[in-house]
Design a protein around this ligand. Structure first.
Ligand code: AMP
Ligand code: MG
Length: 398
């Protein structure tokens, strides 16, 4: 333990912690990947439409295409009779021009024939002899999809920096791109620490605990589109920790869990102070207060607390946004139960969303991993605040 005043900031805010970590991460550069492997990646450049969509003005329904004016009757309810002069199907347009009193059978996605401007759906049609139909209601221009109504050729439809969700991957395909430029994956080394921490699958002796953080954090890193370098586990000794950190060479950042609090066997902070550097220690949040940021020979090191809930919550609200460049998504909801505040910390209480309201999960201990599995939200109570039942509260979806 050091008794002198530390030369690094302590008790930073959640926002500062996020920004300081993001500032230490290297720019991973860009690469091009086929669309089938683009999900979860971050787009590295604006993506322009190579075509317009729809590529021609077309029908949104199965029915007939007609001139709207021909189908508006003076007497409401009186059916309109039109002569069917042909057909337009997807890929095989009607070649001629539709004249007054005429119509063309048309199907979803088929080009609108010249001369027509409106659609009457098949459900509103009755056959009247071999080449006439009766319309139970006027044809509507609302069921016409205009050429380029979705996007126009040349338009920058997807912007650099967006996360490629399944819908955006579909959109990139519709724009005409078979491959897309994405940010390279960050290489994240992952290390668990603690003499008592062992691999699941082996018998547990009293006082030991299975290494849940390694698996939870690994899965979260994969969700963030990172490449994980698993470093396994190190016992609580400065030499063993130093050796494990050295093994992370080549990674863009090292994430550790455990060993960052005030205990006698929490060596991470002192080790970084002596042989690397500390950028901050402790964040004004609960759970997760003892988180640590530092560096080791140019390698950024982020120390997550060992408590399973703390490590996963710190990951969600600090590490994930820094790694992905995406802000934490929050919504405002009505609190069905009160949520207490803390005078000098932002609280992230586990909550349960039900029918548009959020309820306190109950057990808020940072060792209760089950609570994170059962809860589907983190309720954010700002420093010094408190939330009464019935008030609105900010919520992070899990
Ligand atoms: P520490 O931050 O090292 O003081 O650990 C705090 C608590 O978290 C202790 O109860 C540890 O046993 C537990 N813990 C530390 N690392 C892990 C891990 N990888 N998986 C599960 N629990 C852990
Ligand atoms: Mg420990």
């Amino acid at each position: 333990m050091t008794s002198t005043r530390p030369d690094f900031p302590m008790h930073v805010s959640v926002q500062q912690a996020r920004e300081m970590l993001a500032a230490l991460l290297p720019d991973p550069g860009t690469e091009t990947v086929p669309l089938a492997r683009a999900r979860g990646r971050t787009l590295a450049a604006d993506l322009q439409a190579l075509v317009s969509h729809p590529s021609a003005t077309e029908s949104a329904l199965d029915g007939i295409a007609a001139r709207e004016a021909d189908t508006l009757t003076a007497a409401p309810g009186a059916p309109v009779r039109l002569r069917v002069v042909g057909e337009s199907r997807a890929g095989v347009p009607f070649a001629g021009t539709v004249g007054p009193g005429e119509c063309v059978r048309i199907y979803t996605g088929a080009p609108l024939p010249s001369g027509t401007d409106a659609i009457c759906p098949v459900e509103q049609l009755t056959e009247d002899g071999p080449d006439h139909v009766l319309l139970a209601r006027p044809a509507s221009p609302a069921d016409v999809r205009q050429e380029g109504g979705d996007f126009r050729v040349g338009e920058a439809v997807l912007r650099a920096g967006v996360l490629l969700t399944p819908a955006r991957v579909a959109l990139a395909a519709a724009l005409g791109h078979a491959e897309v430029p994405v940010r390279r994956r960050l290489r994240v080394a992952l290390l668990s620490t603690g003499d008592e921490v062992i691999e699941p699958g082996r018998p547990l002796r009293p006082g030991q605990v299975y290494d849940s953080n390694r698996y939870g954090l690994h899965a979260m890193l994969e969700e963030c589109g990172c490449e994980v370098l698993p470093l396994g586990h190190a016992p609580d000794s400065p030499e063993a920790l130093a050796r494990a950190i050295e093994a992370a060479g080549g990674a863009d950042v090292l994430l550790t869990s455990g060993g960052v609090s005030m205990g006698r066997y929490d060596f991470m902070r002192d080790l970084l102070m002596e042989r690397g550097r500390v950028a901050f220690w402790k964040v004004r949040m609960r759970p997760g207060g003892p988180a640590l940021l530092g560096g080791w020979n140019g390698l950024p090191v982020f120390g997550l607390p060992g408590n399973p809930v703390s490590s996963l919550v710190v990951f969600q609200v600090i590490v994930r946004p820094a790694l992905t460049g995406q802000p934490v998504q929050t919504l405002r909801l009505r609190a069905a139960t009160p949520f207490r505040g803390l005078p000098d910390k932002t609280a992230f209480w586990r909550g349960v969303l039900r029918e548009g309201q959020v309820y306190d999960y109950g057990q808020q201990g940072s060792g209760v991993l089950r609570s994170l599995s059962d809860a589907n939200a983190l309720v954010v109570v700002p420093e010094g605040g408190a939330v009464q039942a019935g008030e609105e509260v900010e919520v992070v979806l899990l």
